[in-house]
Design a protein around this ligand. Structure first.
Ligand code: ES4
Ligand code: ZN
Length: 319
């Protein structure tokens, strides 16, 4: 029996396995610049975040109908459940679809159709978090928030993803203020490739409750001190960090040092179809690479539920 856990950093578009991509390409008459699934998988050699994002957004061309999004989400829930996931807070990127003339309603209703059946079919409860693409203008994010208004009963929060460096959190100050007044929870990717100052800015300017990645927090002892004191959750993605070359090898990953420092860290899969494993695979890989004890694995699983937007009626605020 795998450890029961929550997954808090998972891009649903990042669960698009090559085989499903080819099946959807055929169904939707989309031509892909790869011979077959095996050929596509061979292209998954990334040098940094941007080199991944270029391929990732390109492959989304196969996602066109609500049924496509339903199938994608249902496949994720089946895989996640098999690895012990009981609760998942799932990111999606509306702008990556609306830019291709797929309406946000098609995306949300397609995903929600699978997620609403997640408990019954897979024993997994879910929430949806819509992410803004930080390398797009803040006006586009605000328009996306506006377009999401008819679907907010399916959406529990907002996040910030895509190319980080050069796009500091403060760019989205007004968008996050508007999201907060709509009652949405707030998270943001920070300190994946960007500096520790982006983590502090996401807390100070956007008022986020969790930091996605936060890998580079360890470079700033004062920031670590603050994150520890406030027990701000960090949703680490160790396999992603290796594949996108943020760390050299899994053995070099600071996860263990971060736990030892008293940070509330969780382990997640990010884009599992691209980075070599779902969250159970990720737990297994870090246990081996960092020689984690069973107690430490249980701490990580417990942290995942503590950091989840479960049983917290009110957004977490810094005191
Ligand atoms: C992402 Cl690994 C990562 N970082 C930033 N944005 C993303 N979107 C999907 N995966
Ligand atoms: Zn991510």
């Amino acid at each position: 029996m795998p450890l029961p856990k929550a997954e808090l950093h998972l891009h649903i578009e990042g669960t698009l396995e090559p085989e499903l991509a080819f099946a959807l390409a055929e169904r939707n008459a989309v031509r892909l610049p790869y011979a077959d699934a095996e050929d596509l998988r061979k292209a998954y050699l990334f040098s940094d975040l941007q080199s991944f994002l270029d391929l990732y957004y390109g492959l989304m061309a196969v996602l066109r109908t609500a049924e496509d999004f339903t199938e994608l989400a249902d496949a994720y829930l089946a895989r996640a459940a098999a690895q012990g996931v009981r609760h998942a807070e799932i990111f999606f990127d509306p702008q990556a679809h609306t830019a291709r003339d797929v309406p946000i309603g098609t995306v949300v209703e397609g995903l929600a159709h699978a997620l609403d059946r997640g408990e019954e079919r897979h024993g997994v409860s879910t929430q949806l978090i819509m992410c803004f693409l930080r390398d797009q203008p803040a006006e586009s994010a605000m328009a996306t928030l506006d377009a999401a208004k008819p679907y907010l009963h399916h959406i529990s929060g907002v996040g910030l993803d895509s190319a980080e460096v050069g796009h500091p959190p403060a760019k989205f100050r007004e968008v996050y203020a508007a999201a907060e007044s709509l009652g949405l929870r707030k998270v943001a990717h920070a300190g994946e490739e960007g500096p520790p100052a982006y983590i502090a800015e996401a807390l100070d300017v956007l008022g986020v409750e969790r930091i996605d990645h936060g890998l580079r927090a360890m470079e700033d002892p004062d920031l670590v001190d603050r994150l520890v004191r406030r027990q701000i959750p960090l949703t680490l993605c160790p396999l992603s960090n290796v594949r996108l070359r943020a760390v050299d090898t899994l053995e070099d990953h600071p996860l263990r040092a971060m736990m030892d420092a008293g940070l509330l860290v969780t382990v997640n899969s990010d884009d599992p179809a691209y980075f070599g494993g779902y969250v159970g695979d990720t737990f297994h890989a870090v246990r081996e690479a960092l020689s984690l004890s069973h107690d430490q694995l249980r701490t990580l699983a417990r942290n995942s539920f503590q950091a989840a937007f479960l049983d917290h009626d009110e957004p977490r605020r810094e005191r």
